[in-house]
Design a protein around this ligand. Structure first.
Ligand code: EPZ
Length: 430
């Protein structure tokens, strides 16, 4: 079992280059199922969720060729059926995007119920199902498999989402791309990766307008053709390094970003007294003085992202005064709070609200990553804590952060990945 070991308390200095957006990549890879040709996707992050997604396509009969570490050529013409029920599908959330893609291409889909981060509550898919049904499919769940079938060809429809859902917006966009007629998604998600997916599909011949607003209109087309597309930088990876720099102190240039996507994060850092300088495709984070308390409410984009909530939870442990976080997207996303408490944090959680009383310093401890972003929060806590922190269950973190150890190392952090049963890594006390 691998762990991260961090000797904390060192300021961060230097530059870090941000990888392609994980949540865009794992929507765009299944979208390749719709393409009647070869698509080359560049700036793909080398993270385990992406590897699994590519493996799922391979299993289904697609040809997947790695051009280099961050570029891949996918040809899905070899996929002959619409059933994806292997164990790999159950390992990650985004495997359910095959539902939309298969429905669009074959008019039928059978896909295993997805896995993904567990925040301590259920992750419903009723809005996905509502969308598919509006297009004419009948959907039921049998033996852990979501089955969507239709007698007649699917047809475009107007769909109003009852909640702003990234996943449902993606799945309905995919389903509507190759079917007859026009689909309108109202109350759609506006996240940067929704826009990226629409740009990918349009660059292959789709007709999608309005992505990035809350009304997306998709006119079905007969065919998508191959092409080359480069994925946007990862907003959340960038935000995580920004939060780490703020927590540890120092000055870090976060490169290869779209600063506009980071506005909500930059604004909160500035409110805490951290300096944020914005350039064309980078931002510099500099912290010299103490951190001030702030309140945060997470919301769908362009609000403060829920996927940055745990990292700010760790950061606010060090702010002067009492900060309040309100989780506005998920019912529960504070499993990491117990782990922070092991490090001395004063954090109380009541439902969707966390109250954090700032302290002088966190102290290193043995903790675990509860999920991907909760794991990122533990890294930030470990980096700024006094003493040594050992983080277990790092496979969660590796789902979404490319080369995190190397990137932090280059900023001056003392972090390494070790095998727990490596005796050299943890010398026993005499
Ligand atoms: C995506 O999850 C992201 N995952 C999540 O990031 C992110 O936290 C979330 O969007 C919100 O931004 C991927 O892109 C793979 P939702 P998703 O559907 O699509 C409710 C990370 O750390 N809802 O936007 O599953 C739901 O319960 C991951 O990278 C319904 O009620 O999230 C939640 O309260 C973790 N019915 C809210 O909507 C539905 O049918 C938003 O969920 C669907 C969702």
């Amino acid at each position: 079992m691998d762990t991260f070991v961090i000797n904390g308390g060192k300021p961060l200095f230097g530059e870090v280059s941000i990888s392609g957006a994980k949540n865009a990549a794992i929507a765009i890879i299944p979208a390749a199922v719709l393409v009647d040709g070869v698509c080359r996707i560049e700036n793909i992050p080398k993270v385990s969720d992406v590897t699994i997604q590519l493996e799922i396509l391979r299993e289904l009969g697609a040809s997947v060729r790695l051009v280099n570490q961050n570029a891949v050529e996918i040809d899905c013409r070899g996929i002959r059926n619409y059933i994806a029920v292997s164990d790999l599908n159950r390992k990650m959330r985004a495997s359910y995007y095959l539902l939309g893609a298969f429905l669009s291409r074959f008019g039928q889909a059978e896909v295993a119920m997805p896995g993904g981060c567990n925040f301590g509550g259920i992750r419903p898919i009723d809005q996905h199902i509502k969308g598919f049904e509006a297009l004419g499919a009948s959907v039921d769940i049998r033996n852990g498999v979501i089955c969507a079938h239709s007698e007649a060809p699917l047809e475009g429809a107007n769909i109003y989402l009852d909640v702003v859902s990234v996943g449902a917006t993606v799945n309905i966009m995919l389903a509507a791309t190759l079917i007859r007629g026009q689909t309108v998604i109202e109350n759609a998600a506006k996240e940067p990766h929704i826009v990226d997916l629409a740009n990918f599909l349009n660059s292959m011949g789709a007709d999608i307008m309005g992505a990035g607003t809350d009304v997306i209109r998709i006119r079905g087309v007969e065919r998508l053709v191959g092409g080359t597309y480069s994925i946007i930088p990862d907003q959340i990876e960038a935000g995580t390094y920004m939060a780490a720099a703020a927590a540890c102190g120092g000055s870090v240039l976060v490169k290869n970003v779209i600063p506009k996507h980071l506005d909500c994060i930059s604004a909160k850092l500035e409110e805490m007294g951290v300096e944020v300088e914005e350039f064309d495709d980078s931002v510099r984070i500099t912290r010299k003085g103490p951190l001030s308390k702030i309140n945060i409410k997470t919301l769908p984009y362009p609000g403060f992202p829920t996927d940055m909530q745990p990292q700010f939870g760790a950061l606010l442990c060090l702010a002067e005064g009492t900060s309040i976080i309100t989780e506005g997207v998920w019912d529960n996303r504070y499993r990491y709070a117990d782990e922070l408490r092991r490090m001395g944090a004063k954090i109380q959680v009541d439902g969707k609200v966390a109250v954090i009383e700032g302290i002088e310093e966190l102290s290193g401890a043995q903790v675990h990553a509860c999920d991907l972003r909760g794991g990122a929060a533990m890294i930030i806590a470990g980096l700024c804590a006094h003493g040594s922190t050992e983080i277990e269950q790092i496979e969660y973190i590796e789902r979404g952060y490319e080369d995190i150890v190397d990137k932090l190392h280059r900023l001056g952090a003392d972090i390494r990945k070790v095998h727990r049963d490596d005796p050299a890594a943890f010398p026993k006390a005499n």
